[in-house]
Design a protein around this ligand. Structure first.
Ligand code: 4NP
Length: 152
């Protein structure tokens, strides 16, 4: 079965959203795959996703409230077919750890390789998180479509 890992820094804002959305899209498309997420840091190990991510996901009928943060580990490089980083810094960290073929989420969905902005640094729940949600969902939709057809 295809195994997919989404990676950000803390694994509490962006990558849990990507995980939840990807599971929903894969289910809709009847694409059987294993989807997980992790952070390059262990700052928030064991924590649930941040409030804003839980809230924006819920507004879109996706429940990510029970996910728990974990730090990426070297063995993930072999365990996953696709490793998708939320920004260039995460991609660089993964490559320094020895990961090969790491993609940026922004390489999908027509975002020209753009970084997914980090909602951890937003002051309030506002249009910022909505824009992040829109970007992640459009990129994830395109990525899952391509992964399901083996066209990456
Ligand atoms: P994430 O956001 O990488 O999207 O989960 C962050 C969460 C925590 C921190 C940075 C980014 N932090 O510095 O603790």
């Amino acid at each position: 079965m295809t195994k997919i890992l989404f990676v950000c820094l803390g694994n509490i804002c962006r990558s849990p959203l990507a995980e939840g959305i990807a599971k929903s899209v894969a289910r809709e498309k009847l694409f059987l795959c294993d989807i997980d997420s992790a952070g390059t840091s262990g700052f928030h190990e064991g924590e649930h996703p941040c409030e804003d991510s839980i809230k924006i996901a819920k507004m879109n009928h996706i429940n990510i409230a029970s996910l728990r943060a974990r730090q990426v580990k070297r063995s993930d490089a072999k365990a996953f077919d696709y490793v998708i980083a939320m920004d260039a810094q995460n991609k660089k960290t993964l490559e320094e750890m020895g990961f090969k073929n790491v993609y940026l989420l922004g390489e999908f969905g027509g975002y020209e390789g753009k970084d997914v902005p980090d909602p951890y640094f937003f002051d309030t729940f506002d249009d910022g998180i909505k824009n992040v949600y829109t970007m992640i969902s459009e990129c994830v939709e395109d990525f899952i479509e391509k992964a399901a057809h083996g066209s990456i």
